[in-house]
Write a protein that binds this ligand. Structure first.
Ligand code: KG4
Ligand code: ZN
Length: 334
């Protein structure tokens, strides 16, 4: 079979990224321009600055990812995300699909985070086993999904307020540790005692929903009342409250829906304490917990290209693959 290449484009939040995926399984390139430096001083993503940076960088990022390869498909993340970034990615992708006269495939950003768990590199792709429960946990999302098969997704619950990564970022800001907060807080947590302070666990019984803003407020009250508090202990106690909550709810969902696999994706999946506890509890319950490989947990275009490949395979099974580009273009919002 002739080799084929999918160009993926990601621009939903604060990473401008383009990737080439060969034969639906090998990452040839995955160029990520991170806007962290731009947003650092605001300790959070400023949408207007993000849109401008996407517009400024997207052409060079795509050009570096493509090299001399002509793609056979152009894929892009069509949401959820910040409107400005989505527009930049969508226009770039539409233009390239027209230029190369190849199909344009819009995929959901969260599907990208889910399928990123397959990009293990050993072998090139390690397919997920369905049905599974997926925890997508990042700066913008904290959601539990029941995935019965490709395209068969049911949202079980999501955060009612802050996403878990957002809570890490805000706690880091309160402690003056820098942005993005997750890596900083988890680094400090290693030196702290998680049992010295007891922060609330927002378990939200009877639901698969989350809520992390109260926990962040608890940290701010603790700091107000304990001026000389030990930062490492606060980080350790906060992290363990978030991790225990995420793990408990994910395992409850897996049990309720009788799945054997848990898949964890999104920026917070890089958190070692989360991975350790999830894997430990999953193993005890006879489940497999799959985590996205380090380096592919944050937003990137390789995961978008892979999600597009899944869509191509799915359409092929339905006999729709002598791809009519227009059909895909028209369905890009679905
Ligand atoms: O997936 P991502 O790159 O962008 C969004 O879609 O939000 O996730 C970024 C988020 C940030 O909130 C960051 O603080 C968090 O992921 N994060 C972490 C860690 N590394 C990144 N949170 C906890 N522990 C980490 N090691
Ligand atoms: Zn994301």
């Amino acid at each position: 079979m002739k080799d084929f290449y999918i160009l993926g484009i990601e621009s939903t939040c604060d990473e401008t990224s383009a990737a080439l995926l060969k034969n639906g399984q090998e990452i040839v390139s995955n160029v990520v321009y991170s806007q962290i430096e731009l947003h650092k001083k605001y300790a959070g993503v400023v949408p207007e600055l993000a849109s401008r940076a996407h517009a400024a960088k997207i052409a060079s990022v795509i050009s570096s990812a493509l090299g001399k390869i002509k793609p056979d498909y152009v894929a892009f993340a069509n949401g959820p995300g910040l409107p400005g970034g989505l527009l930049v990615g969508s226009i770039a992708a539409q233009t390239l699909a027209l230029l190369y006269n190849v199909p344009l495939i819009g995929v959901n950003h969260l599907e990208g985070h889910l399928f990123a768990c397959e990009l293990t590199g050993t072998p090139k792709i390690n397919p997920l086993k369905f049905p599974l429960v997926s925890l997508i946990v990042s700066g913008g999302h904290t959601e539990l999904w029941l995935v019965k098969n490709y395209g068969n997704y049911k949202q079980l619950g999501k955060t009612r307020d802050d996403a878990a990564g957002e809570a890490f970022d805000k706690v880091s800001k309160l402690l003056g540790l820098g942005y993005p907060g997750g890596p900083q807080v988890s680094k400090w947590a290693k030196e702290g005692d998680k049992n010295k302070i007891k922060f609330p666990r927002p378990f939200m019984p009877g639901t698969f929903e989350f809520s992390f803003s109260g926990l962040k407020t608890a940290v701010s009250y603790y700091l107000r009342d304990n001026k000389n508090a030990n930062k490492a202990d606060i980080c350790a106690a906060f992290q363990s409250a978030v991790v225990e909550t995420l793990v408990k709810k994910t395992l409850e969902a897996a049990k309720k829906y009788k799945v054997k696999t848990i898949a964890v994706g999104g920026g917070v999946a890089a958190n070692n304490a989360l991975e350790e506890l999830m894997k430990e509890k999953a193993q005890k319950a006879g489940l497999e917990a799959r985590f996205v490989k380090k380096g592919l947990s944050s937003d990137n275009a390789a995961m978008i290209a892979l999600a597009a490949y899944k869509k191509i395979q799915f359409k092929a099974k339905q006999g729709k693959i002598n791809i009519d580009p227009n059909m895909i273009v028209r369905s890009w919002n679905k």
